[in-house]
Design a protein. Structure first.
Length: 440
């Protein structure tokens, strides 16, 4: 039965009852108006009692689940829509239950460990992968602080501070040590998800690749040095060489020099990736700028101006001098290579917000399209391969700069647009940047 028909029937029941009560009251009022009022009051009370009795009957039958055929017409009129709605909600609850079971099954099959943390840092739920990696059990450790079961209690603060980058640490498990990456994902109301990823195999392969590159580079260094030495000896011989042979030897010499640069850059990268930073010392910023400017002027073509923008007051950076010189020198040499004359390259330093400091290299060169900016620090990535080879680049300069920045807790920012030049900025935290000269 449709809803409109049910409402019409309900209205008819109500009007018939009220009409009966009104008729009895009107007849009584013909004889005496007090009697009519009394009959009206009694009739309304009787109608109210009938409604209450029907409601109690419908409620009792609904709770007891009486068969539909045993109900009165009025009870069926009320119960049919209620039971239809009940069936709808039962279907929805069953679908929600199935979805919950599927989500729990998917949660436990995730290849990454996930720990759901409450606002106070206690464990609300964790999947099987997290149990395996962190050696936890949901029944024993649920509701307890996660910091108690990490290798170090301070890890939780370090993980939270690392943000999207994550924190990689050593986690002991069954007699072996795992290298796990832990990432903090904040949720609403102070809750969070802790993602735990096993990076042991990836780090082993990365170490193998790094050792292979370093070993090959070491093996190539000696024969390249010999080849270059013999070629330079032949070119510098007192007896002039025939023109074709001289041209061939000059090409061999240029390629040998390029290969030596590539080997040196590979060895530098291997050292940055595979070793711990040496003890940091305060390095004078002015000296860094002058060294980078001298390198840039040595290769700058005629008509290209290389300037130094010293900070208003002496500044110092806490770091490794050789690594900082390598990073800033690579940025300066890149600026010179990709800035045609007449142009301008500025190497400088300045204070930034929150006590931080920046080393920057700005040029008026060809610029870089936005789609290339995210990949500039990848090894051997070139915006224009032909132009990079012609200008003597190895494709590893910005990768070296990026690694030096990471070892000094700095960030590399790149602002560039085609035809408008570029600016590369190394921003150092306040703890590594101070006013005053470095102590000699």
């Amino acid at each position: 039965m449709k809803t409109a028909q049910r409402l019409r029937r309900q209205r008819r029941f109500a009007w018939r009852r009220l009409a009966g009560v009104g008729t009895v009251a009107a007849v009584g009022a013909l004889f005496s108006w007090p009697a009519g009022l009394g009959l009206l009051a009694l009739g309304l009370g009787w109608a109210w009692w009938c409604v209450e009795r029907e409601f109690a009957e419908v409620l009792g039958e609904a709770l007891t689940g009486a068969p539909h055929e045993d109900l009165s017409p009025r009870a069926r009129l009320v119960l049919e829509p209620l039971r239809a709605q009940e069936r709808v909600w039962r279907r929805r609850l069953e679908a929600a239950r199935r979805d919950r079971e599927r989500l729990i099954a998917a949660w436990d099959r995730l290849p990454v460990g996930v720990v759901w943390l409450a606002a106070d840092g206690t464990i609300r739920r964790l999947n099987r992968r997290a149990e395996d990696l962190l050696q936890l059990q949901r029944r024993l450790h649920g509701g307890q602080p996660l910091a108690l079961f990490l290798p170090e209690p301070r890890w939780l603060e370090r993980i939270r501070a690392s943000g999207e980058a994550g924190f990689t640490g050593e986690v002991p498990r069954r007699g072996e040590t795992l290298h796990c990456r832990l990432q903090w994902v904040p949720l609403e109301e102070g809750e969070a998800l802790l993602l735990v990823e096993d990076r042991t195999e990836a780090m082993r392969l990365e170490r193998m690749r790094r050792d292979f590159v370093a070993n090959v580079s070491h093996e190539l260094r000696t024969p390249l040095t010999i080849v270059r030495g013999y070629v330079e000896t032949a070119l510098d011989a007192p007896t002039p060489l025939p023109p074709p042979l001289a041209g061939y030897l000059e090409q061999v010499h240029a390629q040998a020099v390029r290969m030596q640069r590539l080997v040196e850059d590979l060895l530098t990268l291997a050292q940055l990736e595979g070793t711990q930073p040496p003890p940091a010392k305060w390095v004078d910023v002015g000296e860094l700028l002058e060294t980078a400017a001298a390198q840039a002027r040595g290769v700058a073509p005629e008509g290209l101006t290389v300037e130094v923008d010293f900070p208003p007051q002496p500044r110092a950076i806490l770091g490794v001098r050789t690594e900082l010189e390598s990073a800033l020198g690579n940025l300066a040499l890149n600026a010179v290579r990709y800035t045609p004359a007449p142009g301008r390259v500025v190497i400088g330093a300045r204070a930034a917000e929150n006590g931080e400091g920046e080393l920057f290299v700005r040029d008026t060169g060809i610029g870089i399209a936005p789609e290339h900016l995210p990949r500039l620090t990848e090894r051997f990535y070139r915006v224009d391969r032909a132009r990079s080879r012609d200008r003597g680049g190895t494709g590893l300069g910005l990768a070296i700069v990026n690694h030096v920045a990471q070892r000094h807790e700095a960030r590399l920012f790149i602002d560039s647009a085609p035809g408008k030049g570029s600016e590369f900025r190394l921003r150092f935290p306040s703890g590594r940047w101070r006013e005053g000269e470095a102590v000699k």
